[in-house]
Design a protein. Structure first.
Length: 72
């Protein structure tokens, strides 16, 4: 369980770093991908276990390669 928790946290940190690098607030990015700001917050804190398709959607909307988000 610890490994899974740490993976989700790292994924969240990677997504947040890319979002900030692109100049999006949580609210503006949430609007772009059609979710709530709270959902983005949970992702970035490692509290959401997303599907691969959701991660791909995030990567596409951040205009980054999915591998950038999945580096651990």
């Amino acid at each position: 369980m610890y490994v899974e928790t740490e993976l989700l946290k790292q994924l969240g940190r990677n997504i947040k770093a890319e979002r900030v690098r692109k100049g999006y607030t949580q609210e503006s990015f949430a609007e772009i991908i059609g979710v709530s700001r709270e959902y983005i917050s949970r992702i970035e804190r490692g509290q959401e276990n997303m599907s691969v398709l959701r991660i791909l959607k995030i990567a596409n909307n951040l205009k980054t390669d999915i591998n950038n988000l999945l580096r651990f």
